[in-house]
Design a binder for this molecule. Sequence first.
Ligand SMILES: Nc1ncnc2c1ncn2[C@@H]1O[C@H](COP(=O)(O)OP(=O)(O)OP(=O)(O)O)[C@@H](O)[C@H]1O
Ligand SMILES: [Mg+2]
Length: 371
Amino acid sequence: MKHQNDHEQYVLSPARALTDDEIDLIWKKPVTHASSEAETRISQEIKRNWDRGELKIANVLLEGDAGSGKTQLAKALSANFKLPYTKVTCFADMDKTDIIGAILPVISMDGIKHMEAADQTALRALYESDGFRSSTSILMEALEISQEMASAKMKQLLKQATDHVEDGVVEYRFYPSEIVRAFRNGYLLEIQEPNVIRDAAVLMALNSALELEGSLNLPTEIVHRHPDFIVIITANRSYAGSRPLNEALRDRIQHSEKMDLPTKEVMIERAAAKTGYQDYELLDALANMIMILDKTARANAIKGVAGMRSYFYWVDAVASGTSPRESLYHKVIYKITTDSEEIKILEAALDEQGFLGRLDELQMKLKKNET
Ligand SMILES: Nc1ncnc2c1ncn2[C@@H]1O[C@H](COP(=O)(O)OP(=O)(O)OP(=O)(O)O)[C@@H](O)[C@H]1O
Ligand SMILES: [Mg+2]
């Protein structure tokens, strides 16, 4: 028998009660969303093994091309499983407070008044925050300072608070990281590009958050992994010169997908749905050119990418009346590179297959249709 309610077939914990705020975090698929094979496969796999103890699948890796749809797939899983979606974007200098969170003094307004202006600003920004962001990033923004300075500022504030403890006017508040929030509350967490993290201790902290039966030691308490916590790691495929995904992290993954730039047919279908543009001859030509540019850039070690995003914006520009030849540069080529020698290589690759001439033809056709 077919499922009565197909869009409910992957809900993992139907009995679970979510708050209104949490319901708002569940992704809603836009009409332009097209489910992929990978989406169905992961949804089925996670659902199938959900109650199978040690065989449970809750850490997934999506690795591949930029713009191949990794983030949208992670969000689609939030919709299928009916779990709140949240994400962290990793950066090289991440420290342990970015993984775990930070513990901060709550000093009375009276206590704050005697502090230096910058410290007052810092504490106000922290107290006013909803606890969703890391203390480091709040301080960096409020004081416009670097990561290292923010981290030093935290230590200084902590010391001042200790002095206040003697006056008996201080309490401590723990600001959990986004990771801890998802871990504790059972959300679907996308971790973007953890391969860029440099500090081994930070990677170890991240690894412990991926343990199926794991718990995290916070300064204030021990937090256990919520049974609904799902991690989707999204990363671009490593290339020469980039840092590969940490092996221990990779080892904690129970399902992986190789994400490639979609086929030409899928690209055309998505662009037509998104932009409403229906000239399939032109959609086809532009998709071909994107694929040639992507291949040529790789083959010549040109760093930039030509992918789905460039394609959408190019089609959209043409749909609004800009010439395809002109927008080729502004929407695609200059996004890959502005180096003259590299541009020549890209142009030559298009010309070799007759695509520059073809663009001029298409442009003439468009002009004719207008009049
Ligand atoms: N299943 C889909 N149906 C329709 N459009 C999609 C789908 N998947 C991705 N897209 C579109 O393709 C574009 C790129 O997708 P997405 O941001 O998910 O890629 P990504 O792999 O996460 O990219 P990056 O490597 O830059 O993080 C977006 O505009 C997105 O809306
Ligand atoms: Mg992404």
